[in-house]
Design a protein around this ligand. Structure first.
Ligand SMILES: [Zn+2]
Length: 255
C-alpha cells in the first residue's frame, strides 16, 4: 500500500514538472518561429501606392536563371525614349549574367533598381516551394538570399536598395519579418500585368486599362520573346491619355 502511494506521488511530481518545463505549451502550441502563413498577400506585403493621385508604378522583374537571363531591349529603349520611369526588381544572378546592362540601367535616373533576391527563391524558413520553385530552407538561407543580392546591387548602383520582392513573390511571415529587419519594404503588386510574361499584347492592354490610382503593376523585362513590350508600348500612352502619370516606388508611401 505504502509503495502504491509513493508511486502515485512520484507520477504526480513528474506531470507537475513537465507542465512547469513548458511541456503543455510545447505539446499544444506552435513555437514562435513556426510560420503559419504562406502566400503572396500575407500582412506586410505592400501592394499599392498610398495616394489618391492618378499615379501608377510600373515594376519590371528580371528573374535570372536558365530561362530568365534575357533582356527586353525593345521595352527598355521605348521607356527611355518616352521618359517613363520604372522600378526594376533584379536578382543577383541576373546582374551576374548582364553586368554591363545592369550598370547602364543603374546610370539612368528613370530607373530605380531594387532587390529580387540572389537566386529567385520564394522566402520560407522551412523550405516550402511555390510554382514548383523550391524556397529557402532556414533563417540563414533567407538572410543570404536577401543580403547576397544587396551586395551585388550596391556594387552596381552605389546605393542601398530599399524594396524587396522575392522570386514568385511568396513568403511566410517569419521570413517576411526577417527581410523587414534587414531594412527592406516588401513589395508585391496589385495587377499582374503580363502574368509571368505569358499574356498576349491584347490581354495585357485589356488588363492594364483597368488600372486605378495607386496601382502597382508587375511585368517582366527579362523575356524579350514575350508580348510584354508590345502590350506596354500600346497601353502606356492610353493610360497617359486617361490622365495617369507613371512613378517609381520611392516617390510615394506604400500600403
Ligand atoms: Zn521574378
Amino acid at each position: 500500500m505504502i509503495r502504491q502511494i509513493f508511486s502515485f506521488l512520484f507520477t504526480l511530481t513528474c506531470i507537475w514538472s513537465w507542465c512547469f518545463a513548458g511541456g503543455i505549451g510545447h505539446a499544444f502550441a506552435p513555437s514562435p518561429a513556426t510560420p503559419q502563413l504562406w502566400g503572396e498577400d500575407i500582412p506586410g506585403v505592400r501592394t499599392h501606392l498610398n495616394t489618391q493621385e492618378p499615379v501608377i508604378a510600373l515594376t519590371l522583374d528580371a528573374c535570372g536563371g536558365k530561362r530568365g537571363n534575357g533582356f527586353d531591349k525593345k521595352l527598355i529603349n521605348w521607356l527611355r525614349k518616352h521618359h517613363i520611369p520604372a522600378t526594376l526588381f533584379i536578382t543577383g544572378r541576373w546582374i551576374n549574367a548582364n553586368e554591363e546592362i545592369a550598370k547602364e540601367l543603374a546610370s539612368s535616373p528613370l530607373f530605380e533598381i531594387e532587390n529580387h533576391g540572389m537566386n529567385h527563391c520564394p522566402c520560407s524558413v522551412s523550405g516550402r516551394s511555390a510554382y514548383g520553385i523550391p524556397g529557402t530552407g532556414s533563417v540563414e538561407e533567407v538572410m543570404r538570399e536577401v543580403s547576397d543580392a544587396t551586395v551585388i546591387i550596391k556594387k552596381v548602383t552605389n546605393r542601398q536598395p530599399r524594396f524587396f520582392r522575392s522570386g514568385t513573390n511568396y513568403y511566410d511571415e517569419v521570413a517576411l519579418a526577417l527581410i523587414e529587419d534587414l531594412g527592406y519594404n516588401v513589395v508585391g503588386y496589385s495587377i499582374a500585368g503580363d502574368e509571368g510574361a505569358t499574356l498576349s499584347e491584347d490581354a495585357i492592354v485589356k488588363k492594364l486599362l483597368q488600372a486605378k490610382a495607386g496601382d502597382i503593376i508587375l511585368c517582366h523585362m527579362n523575356q524579350p520573346e514575350s508580348d510584354t513590350a508590345e502590350g506596354l508600348i500600346t497601353v502606356i500612352p492610353m493610360l497617359q491619355k486617361k490622365g495617369f502619370r507613371f512613378v517609381t516606388l520611392q516617390e510615394y508611401p506604400l500600403r
